[in-house]
Design a binder for this molecule. Structure first.
Ligand SMILES: [Cu+2]
Length: 266
């Protein structure tokens, strides 16, 4: 049986979009969305490089690029949430109620389709990009491993120590030559830690009895902070040391100075 009342009143999808887009509150929400989206894009593009630690390696550059572009990609989503919240707040403030002729968003098919397709598209871009960058880094690191500097890293409650096998030196700071790939063999003497040379943009667990390997290629001279990123006991927060990415000549003389004192850094 045909319901004549519904047949007469039900608007076509085109009419629904037309009515929807003419609503004052929808127009205001659109402009608020545009405003917030632009603000987030500008913040992501211009402010992140200042807020993030200095970029001293290819891997850290990859991290920063992903952070910036993920912010830009998610800006429209965050923008619409804030815009709807702000419009609702302003409506409440003015004592307005939504127009009665308005079409509910949750049953508006075009809005639901556009919203879902847009979100799925952004998620797929983010996932594919992340996987490609991770895979490229791993492949590149494997290719570089023949010429790389090796550093054995040991975490223990609550300090880091380093052994450079080719140079035969033991140190408590992490000094590295610029533009030479480094292979870190990471292990723990006791509980689980996580080796995190911040400005190199890599991080890996330090486990007892199992060595984990990670690669990085320093590209710029500068100061390194080495932290533990795994809660490992009472003084976890203080489990940090420093280091430097140095020119090749400075690194060689640093190594020589330690070799001159018996191979153990004072
Ligand atoms: Cu730790």
């Amino acid at each position: 049986m045909v319901n004549h009342e519904e047949e007469v009143l039900a608007p076509t999808p085109g009419q629904r979009v037309g009515t929807f887009s003419k609503r004052k509150d929808v127009k205001r929400t659109f402009w608020l969305w545009l405003f917030f989206t632009i603000v987030f894009c500008v913040l992501g593009r211009l402010a992140y490089p200042h807020w993030m630690p200095p970029v001293l390696s290819k891997e850290m550059q990859g991290n920063e690029d992903i952070m910036i572009w993920f912010t830009v990609i998610s800006a429209p989503i965050a923008g619409i949430v804030l815009a709807v919240a702000m419009e609702s707040f302003l409506n409440m403030h003015r004592g307005d109620t939504p127009p009665e002729e308005g079409v509910a968003i949750r049953t508006n098919t075009p809005v639901v389709i556009i919203w879902t397709a847009g979100s799925v598209f952004f998620c797929i871009v983010a996932i594919v990009w992340g996987l490609v960058v991770m895979n490229t880094d791993a492949t590149k690191a494997a290719a570089d491993s023949a010429t790389s500097l090796t550093v054995d890293v040991t975490g223990a409650q609550w300090n880091w120590s380093f052994f450079y096998p080719a140079q035969n030196i033991h140190t408590h700071t992490l000094n590295l030559p610029v533009d030479r790939p480094v292979t870190f063999n990471v292990i723990s003497d006791d509980v689980n830690h996580s080796f995190w040379p911040v400005q190199l943009g890599v991080k890996v667990d330090a486990n007892r009895l199992a060595t984990t390997v990670i690669h990085a290629t320093p590209t710029k001279v500068g100061v390194l902070d080495v932290k533990c990123a795994e809660l490992c006991g009472l003084y976890h927060a203080y489990m940090e040391t420093s280091g430097q990415v140095q020119t090749s000549a400075d690194f060689t003389s640093w190594v020589s100075s330690i070799q001159a004192t018996g191979g153990v850094q004072q």
